[in-house]
Each structure stands twice: as structure tokens, then as C-alpha cells.
Ligand binder design. Structure first.
Ligand code: PMP
Length: 406
């Protein structure tokens, strides 16, 4: 049906297309399909009782405040809690360096709004987080890509990419979405050194860093950068760091945070005012009440136990059911792993056969801003139960054997 709006869409909407992937994923909503396609946390680990108690306490004790408009920067005690928590990892920051956003997705959008002019190049890993590309496409971003292997971003590629004059570098240091890989310490140091040498700042997106099941915690890129950049106790570095409560508490509360130098925070705050004035006061106060007495540390341990079991089940099932020539990453944390099919295979073309076999994944091509990755797919292990993971990987293995070994 035609309306008067038809010819009035802004030019920027030309870059925003309903993705083929989303259309494909609609097919996976049938209840008998086992889906490894989403990126949802396990609802079994949502701290429902803690939220219930906190909601009642907040409404009883500070309902007037929690239901009122709040400041754009965010609820101060929550920002202070994040600053204290971050300081444990060796970077001295204060609430002045912290702002609260409505999910990290909003943080990515605000970064686009504040920094990206049409035609600006952003240096990204290939593959990288699809949501960042979606946010930045609206602002007319172009992408220079570097490869990602099992040790994360390939630093050999960075120097060439930096010569293309990117506005900033976007990195996913831990258990990357989509591959599940982590950037090694040596590569983090090289990245900071090269970014510094070429004078290009870094956006570090780290929703999964705390969800490490094994191996040693690695310092954030921001922490490495900060070693040389703290003045009068304030972080003045080259990195904007993002993290979120989505994976350590619950995504439905839409709460995340940005850590950045105070001048950058001020610009982001101005941009946020026009977007939503501030993040929901009630959600911030409740999350603070849930988290304030060290609850998060014990809760993160519980999430890690559940996800580690699911990852192990998926790795074992892959060993058992995958045909020869298929390989996969072995993530030490997070929510995802990455499957590579033989070179000639196309995971998008295979998708209807997967759905016919009642199993779903995300074809890897969509995570590559400049193409490539046709023979790859992303699998999520946090949401399906171990039984579903076993059954789903068996179905996927059967489909792949039929299709690629035929
Ligand atoms: N960045 C990355 C790398 C993600 O994987 C996600 C969520 N899947 C986000 C940002 C957005 O997270 P949220 O908006 O829920 O905080």
C-alpha cells in the first residue's frame, strides 16, 4: 500500500536493508528447530529472585528517585561501582570516565554519531560483530579489514590497514563474536604499539571478557594502553572501552557502560541526550542493588560453569558428528564457536537443507563487511541445553555429510 512516506526516507536508509540473514533466521522460529543461530544467554542463569527482591527494596526505599528522570551520564553509584571494578584490573579510573548506555548496542551507535562522517574508514576484524556494522553503516562508514585467526586479530595485517587512514580501530579482544577467539597478549601489545605509532585510537568492545572458563585472564587493550597514559589519576588514553550487563546479569535490562577519557564522555553524553535523555533510572538502580554486595563475582562463576559444560558438550558432539574437512575454534569462554567447512562449501546455500533437518546456524559471510567467509558459520552454545546441543550437532553433522560428501 502506498503512503505519503514512500518517497521521503532519508538517504541513509539506502544503506539499511533487511538482511537476507534475518529473513533466513525467521525460518528457525519453528519450535522443533534446534537453533544455534541466536546469541542469547541461558535463561536458567537469570538471577530472578535477586531482581525480585531488589525491585521491591528499591520501590519501598527510593521509589521517588528510581521512577524519576535521571542524569544522562547515568546513576552515580553504579558508575562508581563500575570504576571500582575496573580499577581491580589495573587501570585507575573514576566515575568521570564512565557513562551508562542502554546496551552496548547504543554505545556503538553513539560512537558512530559522534565520530563517523560519510565515507570514513573504520578498521575492523574480518569477521567482526554484525551489530557494529549495522550501527555504523547508517553513518556512512566504509571498512578496512584485517584477518582474524585462532589468536584473534592478525597483527601482521594491521600496519597496511592503518596506512588506509582509518578513523579508529574496532576490536573484540575476548571470545570474539562471531569466532569465539581471543587476541593473544603479544598481539594486544603490538596493536597498542602500532595504533600509537600511527596515531589511530581504538574502540574495544568486550561483552564477554568476564566469561572465561579456563586459561589466564589477559589485560584489556585499554589496560595496556593506560600503562602509559594516566595523568593525575585520570585515564587519558587512546581507547574507548565498552562492556555490558547483558551477559553477566540479563540483556532485558538494557544496561551497559563506556569507559573513556572525560572529554570523549562529554561528547557521547551530548549525543545520548538527543537519543534517549538517559538510560532507564529504575533499571540502573535495581542493577546496582543486585550487584552492590559482590553478587556479580559469584554469579559470573555460576554462568561460567553452565556455559563451560555446554561448550564441552558441543566440542564433543562436533568431534563425533562432523565429516572430515570440517574444523572449528575451541573458545576458552564466551557464547560462540566458529565452524569452517571445506573451501568449496557455501554455508548460506546449505542453510535451507539445515532447516529441513531442523537445525539452524548463522552463515559466516554476513560478519565479513567486505565479503569472504562463505564456507564458515557461527554456532551459539549458551542458549540450547546440553541435550539440544547433542541432538542439534548430530542433525548438522548428518546434513553436512549428505550435502558436502555427496
Ligand atoms: N558487542 C558485541 C560484540 C556483542 O556480541 C553484543 C551483543 N550480542 C553487543 C555489543 C550488544 O550488547 P548489548 O546491547 O546487549 O549490551
Amino acid at each position: 500500500m502506498q503512503t505519503l512516506w514512500d518517497h521521503r526516507y532519508a538517504q541513509r536508509m539506502q544503506r539499511i536493508k533487511a538482511s537476507a540473514i534475518r529473513e533466513l533466521l525467521k525460518l528457525t522460529e519453528q519450535p522443533d528447530v534446534i537453533s544455534f543461530a541466536g546469541g542469547l544467554p541461558a535463561p536458567e542463569v537469570f538471577p530472578i529472585e535477586e531482581f525480585k527482591e531488589a525491585c521491591i527494596r528499591v520501590l519501598n526505599e527510593q521509589g521517588d528517585f528510581a521512577l524519576q528522570y535521571g542524569s544522562t551520564e547515568g546513576y552515580l553509584p553504579l558508575r562508581e561501582m563500575i570504576a571500582r571494578h575496573t580499577s581491580r584490573y589495573g587501570i585507575q579510573i573514576s566515575a568521570e570516565n564512565v557513562m551508562i548506555t542502554s546496551g552496548s548496542q547504543q554505545a556503538l551507535d553513539l560512537i558512530g554519531k559522534v565520530f563517523i562522517n560519510r565515507g570514513d574508514r573504520i578498521l575492523v576484524e574480518s569477521p567482526t560483530y554484525l551489530g557494529a556494522l549495522q550501527a555504523w553503516n547508517t553513518y556512512g562508514a566504509e571498512y578496512v579489514t584485517v584477518r582474524t585467526d585462532d589468536d584473534g586479530m592478525v597483527t601482521e595485517d594491521i600496519e597496511g590497514a592503518l596506512r588506509a587512514g582509518p578513523k579508529f580501530i574496532y576490536v573484540l579482544p575476548n571470545f570474539q563474536n562471531p569466532m569465539g577467539v581471543t587476541i593473544s597478549l603479544e598481539r594486544r601489545e603490538q596493536l597498542v604499539e602500532m595504533a600509537d605509532r600511527y596515531g589511530v585510537p581504538i574502540v574495544e568492545d568486550d561483552p564477554y571478557g568476564q566469561l572465561r572458563f579456563e586459561g589466564k585472564h589477559l589485560p584489556a587493550v585499554e589496560v595496556i594502553d593506560a600503562r602509559t597514559r594516566v595523568q593525575n589519576g585520570h585515564y587519558t588514553g587512546n581507547v574507548i572501552y565498552l562492556s555490558t550487563f547483558s551477559k553477566i546479569l540479563a540483556p532485558g535490562i538494557r544496561l551497559a557502560w563506556i569507559i573513556a577519557p572525560p572529554e570523549v564522555i562529554r561528547k557521547l553524553v551530548l549525543a545520548k541526550q538527543g537519543t534517549d535523555l538517559h538510560t532507564a533510572t529504575f533499571n540502573q538502580v535495581v542493577a546496582y542493588e543486585v550487584g552492590r554486595h559482590g553478587f556479580l563475582d559469584q554469579h559470573v562463576k555460576k554462568i561460567c560453569q553452565v556455559y563451560k559444560e555446554r561448550r564441552d558438550v558441543m566440542l564433543e558432539a562436533l568431534e563425533e558428528h562432523m565429516p572430515e574437512g570440517v574444523t572449528w575454534t575451541h573458545p576458552q569462554g564466551g557464547l560462540f564457536l566458529w565452524l569452517r567447512l571445506p573451501e568449496q562449501c557455501d554455508a548460506t546455500e546449505l542453510f535451507p537443507a539445515a532447516v529441513k533437518n531442523k537445525v539452524a546456524y548463522v552463515p559466516g559471510e554476513s560478519f565479513h563487511p567486505n565479503g569472504g567467509g562463505k564456507n564458515t558459520m557461527r554456532l551459539n552454545f549458551s542458549y540450547p541445553t546440553p541435550e539440544k546441543i547433542n541432538e542439534g550437532i548430530a542433525r548438522l553433522g548428518k546434513m553436512l555429510k549428505e550435502e558436502i560428501c555427496a
